[in-house]
Design a protein around this ligand. Sequence first.
Ligand SMILES: Cc1cc2nc3c(=O)[nH]c(=O)nc-3n(C[C@H](O)[C@H](O)[C@H](O)COP(=O)(O)O)c2cc1C
Length: 210
Amino acid sequence: MREAPRTVTLAFTGASGMPYGMRTLECLLAADIAVYLLYSQAAQIVARQEMDLSLPARPREAEALLAERYRVKTGQLRVFGREEWFAPVASGSNPADAMAICPCSMGTLAAVACGLADNLIERAADVMLKERRPLVLVPRETPLSAIHLENMLRLAHAGAVMLPANPGFYHHPGAVQDLVDFVVARVLDQLRVPHQLMARWGSQPSQDEA
Ligand SMILES: Cc1cc2nc3c(=O)[nH]c(=O)nc-3n(C[C@H](O)[C@H](O)[C@H](O)COP(=O)(O)O)c2cc1C
């Protein structure tokens, strides 16, 4: 069993599902993990559309805004722009302990599957694969084309975890937040980050026993 990570790279891309990404960020920070946050231009559009959230184009402004929102200590959250090649995550000599792309667009998924490394998100993911570190992708698209499926298979063969944003219903969700937490709980499990977002299957008395 791997230890909990001390540093995690979290990337938001332009797929629907920004509440998953923001909740993951909140949980990582609450778990006292140092987070390197990256987001694409399309992610900024989706954040505004889905959450009325304005993610600043300037990384330093984003750091200040999010540090205040989540009340984190200086330095726990660092935000990097798409071409900040001096960021630690750009190199195999200093990668984070684990990385998640949540939500993950089919465009970024394809770029990572092909090893393009054309922006910092793609490069950071490429580094995780080559260094054999945990990389979790949370794609959101439906239906899936043969190209999407082949890219996902390629990534799975390369060692990435494909974790589609597919919430289950067996825990009787009562609110949208329950559906979000279902997916985020699975992401945190893959990253080995402790959490208590929802009860684990079999850990509570069944309805017959109750
Ligand atoms: C509101 C909105 C929702 C979108 N939802 C998805 C989606 O669920 N999945 C997807 O692959 N692309 C989706 N897209 C399209 C991507 O944002 C687009 O392909 C973009 O180029 C991805 O760029 P990125 O990978 O650099 O973030 C959406 C775009 C918008 C504006």
